[in-house]
Design a protein around this ligand. Structure first.
Ligand SMILES: [Zn+2]
Length: 444
């Protein structure tokens, strides 16, 4: 199996039709619905059990025991070993305890990095009809053609393809591709699956109205490109612009990403609008139509989230493209975990974790490695002579901080200076979120 470094993942949606009569269709719908219900209940149960154990100061050993018992398949083991009881009613063949155990641990790590134990985000929780998580081992694809060659002859041209999915508990689905012109990309994905190039892995199933939709996650090999081990891109989350990139090997090349005024203007506009809506709804009590009245507010929250997401997509793409253009093998970004400064506007009110994730994910596709470096002093250190002093950051007449070295006298764009220091930094931070030792914190 390829190591994690050599692959990256994509997700594609495709509609599934139950392969069978009316009775079979009913059986499958019930299986999925019940599966979602029991999985999501188990998720909420396990995640709060671990969370309460942590905040009430249980030892790591005790917490690991809860995790272990949450992952155990109680049907195969002594029920006393499981955190769940019979009432959870897990569906046959879904391996629910292990899927949920993995998902809970992943989500807790992510929330911890986002500041869960500092009250910055709330404990994740799943709606009882949230998508059904399916492990890679529980499904596979097959086709109804005599040979693979015959499948490949038809795959881009025939509307109704005979491609099927075998799923847990004896369930078979037929895949719906539709119009060949409009589904060309999806068809090429399946071409690559049957060629053995893309590998299906842990995915999910959801309902969209009455339709069953597969959110298929695939691992694919990285695109090999000659990258230079000695070239590093430094990314500074700027004070004057959202992000600045430069190279460790070059004092001139730079890329400034995003425009301060557009950025702040857009965000202020969305937030002001949301505030206005929230204010208008303050006196709305429960009962008739409260849900309906709150709808525009939800829509605005969704709109803001979407805007942040698409900005993060665009920023991360530009950063990775910059690295590719200069053949850089590494991208260094600041580790802002625990940094309270809010003068970096990508940090304040902004999903910085998401930006890091997007950069890492996009970089992986080309074999570029993303490293986190210590954020301390990157803005106060002179990238020319190495002199570090908080006095290196005077303010100009507009109150905007810039960089002027007290020792060698060089004047630089502050964000560019920061990105240079980050590109050259070797103070790497372990990517895994730090475990908070609650007992230790209490003692101090
Ligand atoms: Zn200097």
């Amino acid at each position: 199996m390829a190591s994690e470094k050599d692959v990256y993942t994509i997700t594609r949606k495709i509609q599934l039709l139950v392969d069978g009569n009316k009775e079979e269709i009913n059986r499958v719908y019930k299986y999925i619905r019940d599966g979602m219900y029991s999985q999501n209940r188990a998720y909420n149960y396990l995640i709060s059990a671990i969370y309460s154990a942590k905040v009430s100061g249980k030892t790591n050993e005790e917490i690991n025991d809860i995790k272990k018992r949450g992952k155990r398949d109680f049907k195969k083991d002594n029920p006393k070993w499981s955190l769940y009881n019979e009432d959870f009613n897990f569906q046959t063949g879904l391996r629910t305890p292990s899927s949920i155990g993995q998902k809970v641990c992943q989500d807790l790590d992510k929330s911890q990095a986002d500041g869960l134990y500092k009250g910055k985000v709330s404990l994740p929780n799943r709606k009882l009809d949230a998508p059904l998580i399916i492990q890679g081992q529980t499904f596979s694809f097959y086709h109804g053609y005599a040979t693979d060659e015959e499948l490949f002859d038809n795959i881009y041209t025939v509307a109704d393809l005979n491609i099927y999915m075998k799923f847990a508990n004896g369930i078979h689905f037929k895949l719906v591709f539709g119009n060949p012109h409009r589904s060309h990309e999806l068809r090429s994905v399946f071409y690559n699956i049957f060629k053995g190039i893309y590998k299906p892995c842990g995915s999910s199933i959801q309902f969209k109205g009455k339709k069953i939709i597969l959110n298929l996650t695939l691992q694919m090999p990285v695109i090999k490109k000659e990258l230079d081990e000695n070239i590093v891109v430094g990314v500074d989350l700027g004070a004057a612009i959202p992000a600045m990139c430069s190279l460790n090997t070059n004092n001139y090349v730079r890329l400034s990403i995003g425009d301060r005024d557009t950025f702040i203007g857009q965000r202020t506009k969305i937030q002001a609008q949301r505030k206005r809506l929230a204010k208008g709804l303050k006196n709305t009590r429960g009962g008739h139509g409260r849900k309906k009245k709150l709808k525009p507010l939800d829509r605005y929250t969704g709109y803001e989230k979407h805007w942040v997401e698409s900005a993060n997509h665009s920023f991360s793409k530009q950063i990775v493209d910059f690295a590719l253009k200069h053949n850089a093998k590494y991208i260094n970004i600041e580790d802002l975990t625990g940094v309270t400064t809010d003068n970096k506007f990508l940090h304040r009110n902004w999903s910085y974790f998401q930006l890091q994730q997007y950069i890492t994910y996009k970089a992986k596709k080309y074999g570029i490695i993303v490293r986190k470096v210590k954020a301390a002093y990157t803005s106060q250190t002179c990238s020319c002579c190495g002199y570090c002093d908080s006095g290196n950051r005077p303010k100009d007449e507009r109150g905007q901080a810039y960089f002027k070295c007290l020792k060698c006298g060089v004047e630089l764009n502050a964000d560019f200076n920061g990105s240079q220091n980050i590109a050259r930094s070797t103070e790497f931070v372990d990517d895994k979120p730090k475990r908070i030792d609650i007992n230790k914190r209490k003692a101090s």
